[in-house]
Write a protein that binds this ligand. Structure first.
Ligand code: PMP
Length: 391
C-alpha cells in the first residue's frame, strides 16, 4: 500500500540546516532557520525558564492526564500580556493550550472551517506552513500582496479583501513581526484595519508567534487588541516558542473571543473535540513552566529583561544594516523600521546560491534572512558578500 505514496519535497529550511552543518568553512554564517541567536551565535535556554523548570521539578507531584485544554493556569497567565488589562474582554475570551503556535493555527483554521469558513485570505509571502496547513485540511487559500516594494505593508490590498469579503471568508493576519518580511502594519494602519473589520463579515484569525521580539510586549499586541475591540468574534493563535525560547518543547495556545460569554461553551466544546482527535492533549512541560514563571514576580522580571536584551540586539543588527544603506543592488534601509527575526532581501535564487557556494552564507531560497544570525563578528562580511553578488 505505502508504495502508492508520491515522494514529497523535503522542507527547504530543514534541508538547509543539514547543508550548513556539513559545511566546514570556519566563517560560515547561518541566516536560515528561524531561531534567535546571541552575539555569540548561540540559542540558549532563558535563565528565567531554567528557574521555572527547576521549580517545576520540585513542585510537580503528578503527571496524570489533564485534558485536551491542557494547563489552563498557563493559558490564563498569558492573557493579560496578549489582551491587556481586561484580559478576558468581560469574560468573552476562552483559551486552550496547544502544541506550539503551529497547533494553535491548525486548530484555528480547522474550527473556522467547521463553523462554515470556506476561504482564507492571507497576505503573501507568509510563513510557508500556513499554506501547507490550509492545503492539508482542504481549505481554500486566497492570496493578496502583503508588502509594497518600498518595504512597507500593502494596506490597500488588505482593506480591499476586508471590504469586499463575504460571509464564509476569513483573513489570517500576523499579529506582529511578520514572517518572512518583518513588515508589520503601523498602529494607524491597525486602526483602519480594525474599523474595516467592524463593518465586514470577514472573520479575523490572528497569528501571534513573536510577541516581544518587535517593539515590545505591549507594542506588539496593539494590532491584536485593536481588532478584538472592534469585532464580535475572533481567533488568536499564540506561540511561546520564540518569546520564551521554547522551540522544541512546543508551547502555544489558542484563544477564542465571542460576542458574549454565553456563546463560548459550544465553541470551546468544538475546539476540545478537534484537539482530542488530533493530538488528544498538548505536551505539558513547557506550558507548566511558563505558568510557574509568570506566577513568580522575580522570574517574570528576569524573563522580561532577557526578552528586552534579545529585542535590543535584533534592533541593533537592523540599525547596522540600515546604516550601511545599500549593498550592491540591495537597499538595506527598510530593515531599520521592520520588526522581528526576519527580512526579505530582493535577491535572485542564483544570488542566494552564490552567497552559499562562494561566501558560506546560508539563507532561504526566497531571500529571507534571519537577522539574529548576524552579529558584530560577521555583519561586515555579510554586507560585503551581498554587495559582491548583487553589485
Ligand atoms: N506562525 C508563524 C508566523 C510562525 O513563523 C511560526 C513559527 N516559525 C509559527 C506560527 C509556529 O510556531 P511554533 O514553533 O510555536 O509552532
Amino acid at each position: 500500500m505505502l508504495d502508492n505514496l508520491a515522494p514529497q519535497a523535503p522542507d527547504a529550511l530543514l534541508a538547509l540546516i543539514k547543508l550548513y552543518a556539513a559545511d566546514d568553512r570556519a566563517d560560515k554564517i547561518d541566516l536560515g532557520v528561524g531561531v534567535y541567536r546571541t552575539d555569540d551565535g548561540a540559542t540558549p535556554v532563558f535563565a528565567a525558564v531554567k528557574g521555572a523548570e527547576r521549580k517545576l521539578l520540585e513542585v510537580q507531584e503528578s503527571k496524570s492526564y489533564l485534558g485536551p485544554e491542557g494547563d489552563l493556569g498557563f493559558v490564563h497567565a498569558l492573557m493579560p500580556y496578549i489582551f491587556g488589562a481586561d484580559a478576558t474582554m468581560g469574560g468573552r475570551i476562552a483559551g486552550m493550550q496547544t502544541p506550539g503556535g503551529t497547533g494553535a493555527v491548525r486548530l484555528a483554521v480547522a474550527v473556522a472551517q467547521k463553523a462554515g469558513v470556506t476561504r482564507i485570505h492571507m497576505g503573501t509571502p507568509s510563513w510557508p506552513n500556513h499554506a501547507q496547513i490550509l492545503a492539508d485540511i482542504a481549505l481554500e487559500l486566497v492570496p493578496f500582496d502583503h508588502a509594497l516594494p518600498d518595504g512597507t505593508a500593502n494596506l490597500d490590498a488588505l482593506l480591499n479583501v476586508i471590504r469586499n469579503g463575504q460571509m464564509g471568508d476569513a483573513v489570517l493576519l500576523h499579529g506582529c513581526c511578520h514572517n518572512p518580511t518583518g513588515i508589520d502594519y503601523t498602529p494607524a494602519q491597525w486602526d483602519e484595519i480594525a474599523g474595516a473589520l467592524a463593518a465586514s463579515p470577514v472573520f479575523p484569525i490572528i497569528d501571534v508567534a513573536y510577541q516581544g521580539l518587535g517593539q515590545g510586549m505591549e507594542e506588539d499586541a496593539y494590532g491584536t487588541r485593536r481588532v478584538l475591540a472592534a469585532v464580535p468574534e475572533a481567533l488568536v493563535a499564540y506561540s511561546c516558542d520564540k518569546n520564551f525560547g521554547y522551540y522544541r518543547d512546543r508551547v502555544g495556545a489558542l484563544y477564542v473571543m465571542m460576542r458574549e460569554e454565553s456563546a463560548l461553551p459550544p465553541v470551546v466544546s468544538n475546539l476540545n473535540a478537534l484537539a482530542r482527535a488530533a493530538w488528544s492533549m498538548p505536551p505539558d512541560h513547557g506550558g507548566a513552566a511558563v505558568r510557574l514563571l509568570l506566577e513568580d514576580a522575580d522570574l517574570t522580571r528576569a524573563w522580561e529583561a532577557e526578552l528586552d536584551t534579545m529585542r535590543a540586539r535584533m534592533r541593533q543588527v537592523r540599525a547596522t544594516l540600515a546604516a550601511a544603506g545599500t549593498a550592491g543592488s540591495v537597499d538595506l534601509t527598510p530593515l531599520g523600521h521592520q520588526n522581528g527575526l526576519f527580512a526579505m532581501l530582493p535577491v535572485s535564487k542564483e544570488q542566494v546560491e552564490r552567497l552559499q557556494s562562494e561566501h558560506a552564507i546560508y539563507m532561504a531560497g526566497s531571500g529571507r534572512i534571519n537577522v539574529a544570525g548576524l552579529h558584530s563578528g560577521n555583519i561586515d562580511r555579510f554586507i560585503a558578500a551581498l554587495a559582491a553578488v548583487t553589485g
